[in-house]
Write a protein that binds this ligand. Structure first.
Ligand SMILES: [Ca+2]
Ligand SMILES: [Ca+2]
Ligand SMILES: [Ca+2]
Length: 262
């Protein structure tokens, strides 16, 4: 553990590589997915085996005729960085795209299909809930790209739970629906978020990123599929308390997995 930081709650450091070439944000992850941090395919059955799993939070919902749980939601998530940006991606199979919310408010991404990266930068000493240094970068999987489609929840010195759209100049994202032709709820999300105008606003302790810097990371993926509040995957964390978030280390570039000739 680096000094002056909360311990890694799971003893499982998440090593997030730097990209040498900036991706094109077009809804196709091919140019960087093998150079990013990913730990493969997630579904509810795998989540159930993790140390942060809580059946009251990590769950899927049934609204009548539903496919088996592994077909309700399965996803691969990708995370990387460079000098200026965090790069965030996901390839998802979802049985229903649901972005309507009976009590819609712009900040209610969690009542819609959405993927959020919760980032604490730098990883601090005290447990907080969206205080200084805590950020959530949230993408509603609505192909019409509404004004609340890219959302930023954050804390700052003296402020908690600030809710606003990600500044337009700080974010680029693309959503491609039904990318494999196998399901209308399936999608690819590709995004980049500029760090200085987001992480730099949230904490005066943030500095331009370097290999070895440690951030907190949790990924939250909501999947209501009809009705109000619904399915919810949490990776590397147990909710808004940043002491439950995984420990993410920025590393130098990696090479794709090599497949050996026979
Ligand atoms: Ca791309
Ligand atoms: Ca689903
Ligand atoms: Ca869904």
């Amino acid at each position: 553990m680096a000094s002056g930081q909360k311990p890694d709650p799971y003893g499982q450091p998440l090593r997030v590589p730097r990209l040498e070439k900036p991706p094109v944000i077009d809804g196709d992850l091919a140019e960087w997915k093998y150079l990013a941090f990913t730990d493969g395919l997630w579904d509810i059955l795998r989540l159930r085996q993790t140390p942060w799993y809580d059946p009251a939070i990590n769950r899927l919902t049934v609204h009548g005729a539903e496919p088996p749980p592994e077909e309700d939601l399965q996803a691969r998530y990708y995370t990387a960085w460079d000098e200026k940006y965090l790069y965030l991606g996901a390839e998802v199979r979802d049985n229903v795209n649901d972005v309507t919310d009976p009590q819609h408010e712009p900040k209610r991404w969690y009542y819609k299909d959405a993927i959020c990266w919760f980032i604490e930068a730098p990883r601090g000493t005290a447990a907080k809930k969206f205080g200084e240094g805590d950020n959530a970068f949230c993408f509603v999987i609505d192909a019409t790209r509404p004004s609340y489609g890219a959302w930023w929840r954050y804390g700052a010195p003296g402020k908690t739970y600030v809710e606003e759209p990600l500044p337009k100049t700080a974010v680029a994202y693309a959503i491609r629906m039904n990318p494999w032709g196998g399901g209308k709820g399936d999608f690819i999300l590709e995004a980049r978020v500029e760090m200085a105008p987001t992480l730099g606003v949230s904490s005066p302790k943030w500095r331009a990123p370097r290999p070895g810097d440690v951030y907190g990371l949790e990924i939250v993926h909501t999947d209501p599929d009809g009705g109000d509040y619904g399915g919810h995957f949490l990776l590397y964390g147990r909710g808004d308390d940043d002491s439950t978030w995984g420990s993410m280390t920025l590393t130098g570039p990696i090479q794709p997995v090599e497949r050996k000739p026979k």
